[in-house]
Ligand binder design. Structure first.
Ligand code: PGA
Length: 251
């Protein structure tokens, strides 16, 4: 049985004072959760704060991006080893906002995936189609290309120490959630594609759904057989919402 994971993606939100309040509430509200892990992926400058507040708790933390390079003259970039210094467990790679706004292609994302694992951290690899692509009925091709870039570079076994997140771009921050069946269909496609290489890896891999997951729709999404939790944007900034979503992931 796969356990579930609910990971918050704070994006470019937060502040020292408000983080403290939010994290205190989340820690208290998710104490005693069964069969589900919780994590928050925060902006880089808050990693020391999050580390010190969450170290003694059951909540994991991570970053939202990483350089594909190990070190060197890359002004403004942050390496995976630096994230390891702050005991990050997760790094989101290939979020659609990175792909669209910062021109990250699937090969670059695969390099970031590799850099993350090399530092001993777990990548959360995001894949997903735009509305245009869904309407043109190329969803599966798009996701296959995003997934295959990692498999080609690193082999399918690399996926064993990772988490996937299916995030339809048209559902991110729009309030438009994929229906549980729409999400399940793509999750099953992802799992089958990986199973064609390695059944064990496919069976054990956590595949999260992301895109306007809220307190009022999380349970029906998480009830689908191939959905193993969520990657949560907007609702991860509201303590009650996030806590309810984490509770919906309990076994
Ligand atoms: P959202 O964002 O929950 O605000 O739609 C999800 C994400 O971008 O990871």
């Amino acid at each position: 049985m796969r356990s579930k994971l609910v990971a918050g993606n704070w994006k470019m939100h937060g502040g020292i004072a408000q983080n403290r309040v939010l994290l205190d509430l989340i820690v208290t509200g998710t104490t005693g959760l069964r069969g589900a892990d919780c994590a928050v992926c925060v902006p880089y400058p808050y990693l020391p704060q999050v580390q010190s507040l969450l170290q003694p708790t059951h909540i994991f933390w991570g970053a939202q991006n990483v350089s594909q390079h190990e070190k060197g003259a890359y002004t403004g970039e942050v390496s995976a080893a630096m994230l390891a210094d702050f005991a990050c467990r997760y790094v989101i790679v290939g979020h659609s906002e990175r792909r669209a706004l910062y021109a990250e292609d699937s090969h670059t994302v695969a390099l970031k995936f590799r850099a993350t694992q090399t530092a001993g951290l777990t990548p959360i690899l995001c894949v997903g189609e735009t509305l245009e692509q869904r309407e043109a009925a190329v969803t599966e091709q798009v996701i296959a290309e995003q997934l295959d870039a990692v498999i080609e570079l690193l082999g399918v076994s690399a996926l064993a120490k990772s988490v996937l997140a299916y995030e339809p771009v048209w559902a991110i921050g729009t309030g438009k959630t994929a229906t549980p069946q729409q999400a399940q269909d793509v999750h099953a496609f992802i799992r089958n594609r990986i199973a064609a290489h390695d059944i064990k890896v496919a069976t054990e891999l956590q595949v999260l759904y992301g895109g306007s997951v809220k307190a009022n729709n999380a349970a029906e999404l998480f009830a689908m057989p191939d959905i193993d939790g969520g990657l949560i944007g907007g609702a991860s900034l509201v303590a009650d919402e996030f806590i309810t979503i984490c509770r919906a992931a309990q076994s």
